[in-house]
Design a protein around this ligand. Structure first.
Ligand SMILES: CC(C)(COP(=O)(O)OP(=O)(O)OC[C@H]1O[C@@H](n2cnc3c(N)ncnc32)[C@H](O)[C@@H]1OP(=O)(O)O)[C@@H](O)C(=O)NCCC(=O)NCCSC(=O)c1ccc(O)cc1
Length: 134
């Protein structure tokens, strides 16, 4: 059972000369899925950051495995499949499907980026968990 889903339409301009989705777009849409999730369950990224005194729920790591191609006209259903919490980071796992067909599997490792002694640091994740009720 997914935590959250959203649909993303693929248009002509999202594709490379071979007619399949140009891969950086998949990263943008994965990021966008996280932001839509935050909007659905909280005051959104900027609101959450204001509440936590954070600069961003920023990326430490991000990866995708491309399982099958998508083309102009595909409607991708992005899903957040799970969130795993560590002390100062959290991992979000994603899938995107075209109907029953798996198009990609992805993950992001994010942190609560705070400014400390003039540099970015990862803050504790507990306040975010509490805010999201997770
Ligand atoms: C992430 C950092 C602030 C962490 O700094 P520190 O506070 O010194 O981290 P620590 O070494 O103490 O590690 C803290 C935890 O993070 C984990 N960590 C830290 N860095 C990494 C990396 N690179 N990979 C994996 N895990 C990491 C580490 O294992 C610790 O894990 P747990 O304690 O088990 O939870 C610093 O490494 C940094 O500034 N990295 C560059 C970040 C960056 O430039 N990201 C790309 C910008 S994208 C962005 O900000 C964004 C915002 C919002 C969006 O929707 C999308 C993108």
């Amino acid at each position: 059972m997914s935590i959250f889903t959203r649909d993303q339409s693929v248009t002509f301009g999202d594709c490379d000369p071979a007619g399949i989705v140009y891969y950086p777009n998949y990263y943008r849409w994965m990021d966008g899925t996280f932001h839509e999730y935050l909007r659905a369950v909280s005051s959104g990224h900027s609101g959450v950051c204001a509440q936590l005194g954070a600069r961003g729920l920023g990326l430490m790591e991000s990866k995708l495995a491309f399982r099958s191609p998508a083309v102009d006209g595909t409607v991708l259903r992005y899903a957040i499949e799970g969130i795993t919490w560590a002390n100062k980071s959290f991992d979000i796992t994603y899938t995107a499907h075209d109907g029953d067909r798996l198009v990609l599997e992805g993950m992001e490792r994010r942190g609560i980026f705070i400014e400390k002694d003039g540099r970015l640091r990862a803050g504790e994740t507990a306040p975010l968990r509490a805010l999201l009720g997770l």
